[in-house]
Ligand binder design. Sequence first.
Ligand code: ADP
Ligand code: ASP
Ligand code: MG
Length: 603
Amino acid sequence: MSLVVQKYGGTSVGSVERIQAVAQRVRKTAQTGDAVVVVVSAMGKTTDGLVQLANAISPNPCRREMDMLLSTGEQVSIALLSMALQELGQPAISLTGAQVGIVTEAQHSRARILNIETQRLERHLKEGKVVVVAGFQGISSTSDMEITTLGRGGSDTSAVALAASLGANRCEIYTDVPGILTADPRLVSDAQLMDEITSDEMLELASLGAKVLHPRAVEIARNYGVPLVVLSSWTDDPGTRVISPLPQPRSTEGLEIALPVSAIEYDTDQAKVALLRVPDRPGVAAQLFGEIAVEDLDIDLIIQSIHEGNSNDIAFTVSKNILKRAEAVSEAIAPALRSQKTAHPEEAEVIVDRDIAKISITGAGMIGRPGIAAQMFATLAAADINIEMISTSEVKVSCVIASQDSDRAIASLCHTFQINSSPVPTSPSPARDTQSAVRGVALDLNQARLAIRYIPDRPGSAAKIFGLLAEQNISVDMIIQSQRCRVIDGITTRDLAFTVSQADGEAARKVLQQAAPVLEQAEILLDTEIAKVSIVGAGMIGQPGIAAKMFAALAQHKINIQMITTSEIKISCVVDQDQGIIALQTIHQAFGLAGSKQIKVPV
Ligand code: ADP
Ligand code: ASP
Ligand code: MG
């Protein structure tokens, strides 16, 4: 007998008929002899409706009362599904998060699961019942036993956490599309279904805007090796498998909070090339990286920060053995960029630094925990190490520092994050596979950008800024530090830009404004009219030309790239919000992801 956890999303249980259809499906599984735990979301758009009600009463309702309100949505659907099962003659019982014992932190509206008590669940399963559990909610570990929620879309996380705690044989996420597609089919009509995807790739896609899975659900599946599949609740098609490597056995105590950083990685074989003051117009990144791709040169990090006036800086890193060639390409292209009227001809220049090292912390546990990046910056500051470049993904923060500082950086970071295993060189390149270099694309329209200009360029500045934001529990996404330095009143300064969720934009601005004296009068700018488009694929490691292709596709549609950031398996660009959807469709097409199979999407 196997144990299966099935999760049904809002649309899948959106009406009486849908609940009855789900009950049939659950019963069919139970009749095969499998023990079944079902997790459900609130019906249809119930949660959105409850949010609207709250906002009609208060523009800024307290988070505790919001949890009290939103958790009711799931209580309705569990009861109805349980009744529907009983009507079919299938013994069933519904339980709220609190009744199960889904114990979370006391953080309202974004609680992380600490552990799940399994005794009651196991008892009911032994009695031959299907247990229907309310998704998205838990109970705090504090003596007040407060009702908490996990954050929007959190029922996926409830399901995978239950599967991990119960040692389930598989976790099935039923939704309104046939599985994980190369893009959101509501935005890209020719998106195609994938049979499988690695959890690393899915983690990036989910955190870059593909809401088909909650990123924390993917994180738990990866940490505990939960076999996870996403499929349609309308058909019997097999859906998409999310593949995780076999993990080290670990306790489910502190489920979502244990070990935020799992490894320290380093690469001392890197050199940096920066083009300063190139024109801020569509096509520049495409031209530069197009030339680099023609030479078959593989680049690692790419960073483009906010523009200043009408010019921009682009920096990238390469391995030392190809530095000379990358520098030559950049020097050759610079005059063409300088000749543009919009640039500052006297200022454009190529700078090269061969004495750098890239140090990274990695770990799925850092998702949504703003303190982790801040802790990395603070650790480097305490060791008096200046950060030259910062590049982030949801599961990795990489800093470029002077190579002479690398041993000290590794030692301090191992100490801070209690990493006893030896630091690992950044993973070697996998075999080249042109076909699957890019697996999927994603769009995030819910981000805002903050830029801080004129920050003193010395150890500790980044630590201060991200420490302040972390104190307010504001999660930061892309962080980009400009290459250009300006000397103001004898102090060398740089700019720093980063994105946060739109909901946190104003709060982040306030935090930074209040800290203005600490930041020595830096200037703070907020822009909510941005979109982030990204490509993801493990096959892009060690394959030149991927970035060039993305930038060229955007240039063809005259889309200006405002910021660029990369990790080994993704490239993200910030563009104008108005151009987000067309940018997404364009890059989907450019990487040959479009297909002819029509995917049906419920309206
Ligand atoms: P549920 O209520 O079942 O949890 P969600 O609305 O949270 O469903 O997630 C499913 C939706 O995710 C799909 O309807 C689709 O519009 C969207 N989506 C975004 N990116 C992707 C993608 N790459 N693959 C599939 N669906 C995606
Ligand atoms: N009902 C919650 C939401 O709409 C949780 C979920 O559906 O996953 O966000
Ligand atoms: Mg969902």
